[in-house]
Design a protein around this ligand. Structure first.
Ligand code: KG4
Ligand code: ZN
Length: 358
């Protein structure tokens, strides 16, 4: 079972992806197709995403199988993202997985998208194993977790408004950058001065203490509004070369404030649990400043576990990896299960009173 061939399918948003793994860390085939049809709309159009998945999924799966050198009939189990995400997009992938597993008489595994992000680093890094503190930062979620072991997720903090990636995307849009904006914004920030604008870090009041309900939570709306005010005040036309430096400074100052906030909250969890291994996952974990600042803050005693950028973004490999874990625990989906836009995170406990030191 530990070398099981698992096919993983990811279609929760705008990436159509399939991968074949053999055991926990052998990635045999992996294809990610990013839908660029949404770019002109400045965000993901749900119906369009579902249609694009429907159009491309069969070829994406076939290419992943070809790359792996295996036939569909040789696959031991099929794992697919069952939620959370866009319901139409999820339905395409999960229904394909479910009907194919049924026809082939193979186990079907329903994977939670954020649990998949949690498993992504372990595909490349043998030390990406619990216990650790996890910061999951994607376009739809921002979760700070204590993970004593796989399958047990203690929720410490989350966002009170926008997800981290959503904040990057919205600020990027204000600065006239293409969607999704996280990467172009961080590239633009390289030529900017991060001290040019003193943006607020509202969730970092020094008098916050363990037990306060905002101790581990983050919020991005104040920061986003502060950028918006700067942009409005100067009614800036970014195409004008005179404003180019100002735009880069805004990008750098926003990124610095957002990263400071994420790093500070993660360090609070590191201290509270005396757990110096930190895992970051989700698209924003590809951010170089976030990685560098966390590595720096953890110091030589600590350990940052993070995947290469291609596995930090949405992909089928992480779904196959989380699926293998569920398969090994006999956690199979029934064939009458369907995808759900708000699938609960399996094993997540929200009860802060259970907070105990690791
Ligand atoms: O995990 P992901 O691929 O999809 C979701 O599950 O949402 O994350 C996508 C998010 C987008 O908001 C994107 O702008 C952001 O990750 N992102 C970044 C970077 N690369 C991608 N944010 C900041 N810096 C980056 N380098
Ligand atoms: Zn994701």
């Amino acid at each position: 079972m530990s070398d099981a061939l698992v096919l993983g399918i990811e279609t929760s948003c705008d990436e159509t992806s399939a991968a074949v793994i053999s055991g926990p860390s052998r990635l045999l085939g992996h294809v990610v197709l990013s839908q660029d049809a949404h770019e002109v709309f400045g965000g993901v159009v749900p119906e369009l995403a579902a249609r694009e998945h429907l159009r491309h999924l069969p070829q994406v799966v076939q290419r992943a199988l070809d790359e792996a050198g295996v036939e569909l009939g040789e696959i031991d189990a099929i794992a697919a993202t069952a939620g959370p995400g866009l319901i139409g997009a999820l339905l395409v992938g999960f229904t394909w997985a479910s009907s194919t597993a049924f026809a082939l008489r193979r186990p079907l595994i329903a994977v939670h998208h954020m649990e998949a992000h949690l498993f992504a680093p372990s595909l490349e890094d043998p030390e990406a194993e619990p216990p650790f503190i996890a910061l999951l930062v994607s376009g739809g979620h921002t979760l700070l977790l204590h993970v004593p072991e796989w399958g047990q997720y203690q929720l410490l903090g989350e966002t009170r408004d926008d997800a981290a990636g959503e904040a990057f995307d919205k600020v990027a849009k204000l600065l006239g950058l293409p969607y999704p904006g996280g990467r172009p914004l961080s590239e633009l920030a390289e030529s900017g001065d991060a001290r040019a604008f003193a943006f607020p870090r509202p969730m970092l009041r020094s008098q916050q203490a363990l037990g306060d309900d905002d101790y581990f939570d983050v919020s991005f709306s104040g920061l986003k509004t502060a950028v918006l005010n700067e942009v409005r005040e100067h009614d800036t036309d970014w195409a004008d070369a005179a404003h180019a430096q100002r735009r880069a400074d805004l990008a750098a100052s926003f990124q610095a404030a957002a990263v400071d906030l994420l790093v500070a909250k993660t360090l609070r969890a590191v201290e509270a649990f005396d757990c110096h291994r930190v895992l970051i996952g989700g698209g924003v974990s590809a951010n170089q400043l976030l990685r560098a600042q966390l590595r720096d803050a953890l110091g030589p005693e600590g350990r940052l576990c993070v995947s290469s950028p291609r596995l930090a973004m949405d992909n089928g490999a992480m779904v196959a990896r989380a699926g293998l874990f569920r398969l090994q625990h006999g956690d199979l989906a029934s064939f009458d299960m369907t995808a759900s836009a708000s699938l609960p995170f399996p094993g997540l406990s929200r009860n802060v009173s259970t907070l105990s030191r690791a």
